[in-house]
Ligand binder design. Structure first.
Ligand code: NAD
Ligand code: LMR
Length: 338
């Protein structure tokens, strides 16, 4: 297919571009899976982010339409579209941040692990491209099952000799966004003022909200703790069932992904005290990957915080989460090593 990168100058009449790319004037961001349910609103929101100077939209279908549409928004970022595997390298070259929502979503009755067979291969191919074309980019991995796709990405990067554990982040921000919303609802608070750490991973019982560490400090009844933990762990399934076969969370996910990407970009810019939860290579437990609070900076993850004091309920939850996480991590590693 004909290349349609450089769609920003479709008339060919544009004068010299006064927006220097990258550096002090903004960052170059690629979205892989940009034409999908998450990809489209995510592309829209990233086009509105003043920290972005160049936005590359890559997918295996429909990127010309999405790119033409988004490129008409009168915000600063220059938008370019890339279609199909033969344009992957061009899409990735020079990127500072790569966000990956490519892959199939769940239907009712499926677990996230049921997506492994299709999404593992997709993530592997995309990460091989990243290793080749932008090995220093920060990677935000959204494709499920995150508990396995992040280890897959790490193995691909290790094989290529480019693995930097600080630059690979599994996106668990939606769990935090949901936890903030549900806690605010129960406690009658403004969700914008609530901050719930969510640790572990991104599937069922591996999603572990630390309700004992909520800010502002909240005191919950056991009934509230059971309700909130269960609702946060099954938030994804709640949306999958409500969509009844039409996919999983896309709009709240795009919102969460943009919050997270923006935090990564502000870290890259050198802003202080940018702390978010993410699923990363970690030593806070005996597992090689774990989601917890991390501080983001110029090199990606600059510090991983300890879990802090857990109550008995959370300690029991953590042990259960670790068992399932271990299996999911090993499955991802084995997929690349086989
Ligand atoms: P979707 O099917 O609507 O969109 C996926 C897009 O990926 C499609 O446009 C498709 O063409 C594209 N794609 C497929 N193969 C590709 C490849 N090889 N290269 C590039 N693009 C490719 O699905 P969606 O609702 O956007 O969900 C995408 C993924 O995100 C799913 O795996 C879903 O489970 C996951 N997800 C994760 C979270 C999270 O919190 N981490 C939340 C919601 C969804
Ligand atoms: C979510 O949490 O919404 C996503 O992981 C999608 C899903 O399959 O639940």
């Amino acid at each position: 297919p004909p290349s349609f990168s450089h769609m920003e100058g479709s008339s060919g009449l544009g004068r010299a571009d006064c927006r220097a790319e990258g550096g002090s004037t903004g960052f170059k961001v690629a979205i892989l899976g940009a034409a999908g349910g998450i990809g489209q609103p995510l592309s829209l929101l990233m086009k509105m982010n003043p920290l972005v100077s160049v936005l590359h939209l890559y997918d295996v279908v429909n990127t010309p339409g999405v790119t033409a549409d988004i490129s008409h928004m009168d915000t600063g970022a220059v938008v370019r579209g890339f279609l199909g595997q033969q344009q992957l390298e061009e899409a990735l070259t020079g990127m500072d941040l790569v966000i990956i929502p490519a892959g199939v979503p769940r239907k009712p009755g499926m677990t996230r692990d049921d997506l492994f067979n299709i999404n593992a291969g997709i993530v592997k191919t995309l990460c091989e491209g990243i290793a080749k074309c932008c090995p220093n980019a920060i990677v935000n991995l959204i494709s499920n099952p995150v508990n396995s796709t992040v280890p897959i990405a790490a193995e691909v990067f290790k094989k290529a000799g480019t693995f930097d554990p600080n630059r690979l982040l599994g996106v668990t921000m939606l769990d935090v966004v949901r936890a903030n919303t549900f806690v605010a609802e129960v406690m009658g608070l403004d969700p914008r003022e609530v901050d719930v750490p969510v640790i572990g991973g991104h599937a069922g019982i591996t999603i572990l909200p630390l309700l004992s560490q909520v800010k502002p400090p909240c005191s919950f009844t056991q009934k509230e703790i059971d309700y909130l933990t269960n609702r946060i762990q099954n938030g994804g399934t709640e949306v999958v069932e409500a969509k009844a076969g039409a996919g999983s969370a896309t709009l709240s996910m795009a919102y969460a992904a943009v919050q997270f990407a923006d935090a990564c970009l502000r870290g890259l810019r050198g802003d202080a005290d940018i702390v978010r939860c993410a699923f990363v290579a970690s030593h806070v437990t005996e597992l090689p990957f774990f989601a917890s609070k991390v501080r983001l900076g110029r090199c990606g993850v600059e510090e991983i915080y300890p879990l802090g004091p857990l109550n008995e309920y959370e300690r029991v939850g953590l042990e259960k989460a670790k068992k399932e996480l271990e299996t999911s991590i090993e499955k991802g590693v084995a997929f690349v090593k086989k």
